[in-house]
Design a protein around this ligand. Structure first.
Ligand SMILES: C[S@@+](CC[C@H](N)C(=O)[O-])C[C@H]1O[C@@H](n2cnc3c(N)ncnc32)[C@H](O)[C@@H]1O
Length: 324
C-alpha cells in the first residue's frame, strides 16, 4: 500500500461527499434513468453550466457512479442507487449530508473534541431539533434523509423481530412512519400509532396508523410495544433516561420497549458506527452506545434489557421490559 496516497484519498473525503451531494441535488441519476445522455443534454435537463458539469461528471465517473461511452453517460450500479425512486435509494441521504447546516457543523469537530461540547448549537445558536422545526426546508431534507437511511433497514428489522405478538405498536419519534408502515404491512393484525413532534407528523401523509403529535419529554401514547428507532442515540445519558422514564409510564406490565439502534460493540460495519457516533457528538450531543451502556441507561429508567436481536442490517432490536 502507498500510505501517503491512501491517506490523501481518505483526507480528501469531504470532496467526494460534496460531489455526490450535488449530483443528488441536480438529480443526475434520475435523468440518466431514462437512458444515456450527453453532457449537453444533462446540462439542459439540470439547468447547469455544461463545462462545469463536464468536470463534475468526470469526477463522478472516476468515483464509479457513472460510465461514459461515445460521450454519453450512463448510471452504473452505484449511480442507479442515487435515483430518487431506486429501491433503498440513497438520494435523500446524499441530499442531506452535504447541506450547508450539517456541513458547517462538521467544521466544529475540533472544538467538540477539545471541549466535549456539541458543535451544532455553538455554531447555529440553537439545538438542531429547534433549528429544523423553524425551517421547513431543513426539516424536510432531514426527514427525507431518515427515510432514505431507513429503507432496507425497516425490512431487516421486521424480518428479524416478531412484532406480531403485540396488539398496539407505538413508533415514538417515528418520523414519517417508514418503520411503522413496514411493521403494519408485515403484521396486519397489529394497530399502529405514529408519535413525533407535531411539525414532523404533519408531513407524514396517511397510513394505516393513528398519528399523534407531542413531546416525548412530557408523555407518549400507551402501547404494549413502544418502539424508539434511532432516537435514544440522539441524546446524552440524562435526557435519554428522561425519555425512557416517560416511555416507562406508558408501558403495560407485560409490554416491551424496543430500541432500534446500532451497537458500538457489535457493529457489522464498525466504520459507519464510529462515524455515526461522531455525528451525534457534533449534531445532537447524543452518542452511539455499547450493549452494556444501553443496559445501564434502561436500568436507570426501571427497565431491564432482556434481549438484543441482530438484523440483516446495521441496527439491533434491544428489547426491554419493566422491572416494576
Ligand atoms: C433521528 S430521527 C429518527 C426518526 C425515525 N425513528 C427513523 O429512524 O427514521 C429522531 C426523531 O425524533 C424526533 N424528536 C426529537 N425531539 C422530539 C420530541 N421532543 N418529541 C417527539 N419527537 C422528537 C424527531 O422529530 C425525529 O423524527
Amino acid at each position: 500500500m502507498d500510505a501517503a496516497r491512501e491517506l490523501h484519498r481518505l483526507a480528501s473525503g469531504y470532496q467526494v461527499t460534496q460531489a455526490i451531494h450535488v449530483a443528488a441535488r441536480l438529480g443526475i441519476s434520475d435523468v440518466l434513468a431514462d437512458g444515456p445522455r450527453s453532457v449537453a443534454e444533462l446540462a439542459a435537463a439540470t439547468k447547469t453550466d455544461a463545462q462545469a458539469l463536464t468536470r463534475l461528471m468526470h469526477a463522478l465517473t472516476v468515483l464509479g457512479l457513472y460510465s461514459v461511452s461515445a460521450d454519453r453517460y450512463e448510471n452504473t450500479e452505484l449511480g442507479a442507487a442515487l435515483r430518487s425512486e431506486a429501491p433503498r435509494s440513497l438520494a435523500g441521504w446524499a441530499r442531506f449530508i452535504g447541506r450547508g447546516s450539517h456541513w458547517q457543523a462538521y467544521t466544529g469537530l475540533e472544538d467538540s473534541i477539545r471541549t466535549g461540547t456539541t458543535a451544532f448549537p455553538a455554531m447555529h445558536g440553537e439545538p438542531v431539533w429547534e433549528y429544523r422545526a423553524k425551517r421547513p426546508e431543513e426539516q424536510a431534507a432531514f426527514d427525507a434523509a431518515m427515510t432514505s437511511a431507513s429503507d432496507g433497514l425497516a425490512e431487516a428489522v421486521v424480518t428479524a423481530y416478531d412484532f406480531g405478538r403485540f396488539a398496539t405498536v407505538v413508533d415514538i419519534g417515528g418520523g414519517h412512519g417508514r418503520l411503522l408502515n413496514a411493521i403494519l404491512t408485515r403484521y396486519p393484525a397489529v394497530n399502529g400509532v405514529l408519535f413525533d413532534q407535531p411539525d414532523v407528523v404533519a408531513g407524514a401523509g396517511t397510513g394505516r396508523f393513528e398519528v399523534v403529535g407531542g413531546n416525548f419529554f412530557e408523555s407518549v401514547p400507551v402501547g404494549d410495544a413502544l418502539v424508539l428507532k434511532s432516537v435514544i442515540h440522539d441524546w446524552a445519558d440524562a435526557e435519554s433516561i428522561d425519555i425512557l422514564r416517560v416511555c416507562r409510564r406508558s408501558l403495560p406490565a407485560d409490554g416491551r420497549l424496543l430500541l432500534v439502534e446500532q451497537l458500538l460493540d457489535r457493529s457489522p460495519d464498525p466504520l459507519r458506527t464510529a462515524f455515526a457516533d461522531l455525528n451525534m457528538l457534533i449534531m445532537t450531543g447524543g452518542r452511539e452506545r455499547t450493549t452494556d451502556e444501553y443496559r445501564t441507561l434502561l436500568a436507570a429508567a426501571d427497565l431491564e434489557l432482556v434481549d438484543t436481536v441482530s438484523t440483516a442490517s446495521m441496527p439491533f432490536v434491544i428489547e426491554a421490559a419493566a422491572t416494576r
